[in-house]
Write a protein that binds this ligand. Structure first.
Ligand code: FPP
Ligand code: MG
Length: 309
């Protein structure tokens, strides 16, 4: 769990209020779903990033911090349909409880709401950042869906998908916060991008870890999605062992797969790569002068590491 930096305590609490006020629709079932969603708040890592990057301009950044969270939630609703997920944030997923049609439509509703808020900024540059990011995220999710038809993807393909579906929104969170705060954009966007890579790699590790109480374990393999621990093991394995791993993947035999992945050091390899991205995120801020905001961004990067161990 991310600890909330004291510097943004107030603006984050206002972001929460803003989000709560947006969780309403003039359709009874949609309202029920939105109220159900508001009961299970996530880690708010993207809004936290926007607010920290905006420095003293947090008040001006609350709308965009909320919009980014809405885009994220919309993408999760759609992702859960694609992944046929049963559980999200420790509760029944919307698609599982209300059906796929409602999950798609409420996702559309939240995405449209987000763009309404972004439009209110009357800033074409910011608007363009979000339209581009939505396109990139969708491309990432489509590339992932397509990859499910090929038995193996390599690390470069995996990272390209991770950039598009996850790291791009983290990068935009840092960039938009910096724009609002009048700070140089690139360090904060690059910080966000690297944090996003680390975040997704650890999220994928949690999919095969028993330390994950908020999601069903083994969903990725069940959905034919190869994550880094498996990609690494497949790269290291030779001949018949490689064939065996592929068979276990098709058979969805997670316990046997975990044993093989451990033997090939797939977990450590992924942890090390996540670590590399965390350190890279911090080094992206080297040109940024010291401040409590910078310290908090360092802590935020470290909090992603804690999820791994
Ligand atoms: C979670 O991945 C999914 C994403 C990070 C992005 C999903 C993107 C889309 C559905 C397309 C874009 C949609 C919009 C609304 C712009 P995961 O399945 O690895 O994570 P999980 O384990 O949390 O489900
Ligand atoms: Mg998913």
């Amino acid at each position: 769990m991310t600890t909330i930096p004291i510097l943004i305590k107030e603006s984050l609490s206002e972001t929460r209020k803003e989000l709560a006020s947006l969780y309403t629709a003039n359709v009874e079932t949609a309202s029920q779903i939105l109220s159900y969603l508001s009961e299970s708040e996530g880690k708010l890592i993207r809004p936290i990033l926007v607010l920290l990057a905006s420095h003293e301009k947090q008040q001006e950044a609350i709308g965009l911090a909320s919009a980014i969270e809405l885009i994220h939630i919309a993408s999760l609703l759609h992702d859960d349909v694609i992944d046929e997920a049963d559980i999200r944030r420790g509760k029944e997923a919307i698609n599982a409880r209300w059906g796929e049609k409602w999950a798609v439509l409420v996702g559309d509703f939240l995405l449209s709401t987000a763009f309404n808020i972004i439009l209110k900024e009357k800033d074409w540059r910011i608007f363009e950042i979000f339209t581009r990011t939505s396109l990139i995220m969708t491309e990432g999710e489509m590339a992932e869906l397509e990859a499910k038809n090929s038995p193996v993807i390599d690390e470069a393909q995996y990272l390209s998908i991770v950039y598009r579906k996850t790291a791009s929104l983290f990068a935009s969170s840092g960039r938009v916060g910096a724009i609002i705060g009048g700070r140089p954009e690139e360090p904060f966007a690059d910080y966000g991008k690297n944090l996003g890579f680390a975040f997704q790699i650890t999220d994928d590790l949690l999919d095969i870890s028993s330390k994950n109480p908020t999601k069903s374990i083994g969903q990725d393999i069940k959905n034919g999605r190869l994550t880094l621990p498996f990609i690494h093991s497949l790269k290291e394995a030779k001949g018949s062992e490689k064939k065996k791993i592929l068979e276990l993947i098709s058979a969805n035999n997670l316990s046997e797969l975990k044993r093989i992945v451990e033997r090939y050091g797939g977990i450590e390899y992924s942890q090390q790569l996540a670590e590399k991205y965390i350190e890279e995120a911090k080094s992206c801020l080297k040109t940024v002068s010291p401040s409590p905001y910078k310290d908090s961004l360092f802590n935020l990067a470290d909090s992603v590491r804690i999820r791994v161990n």
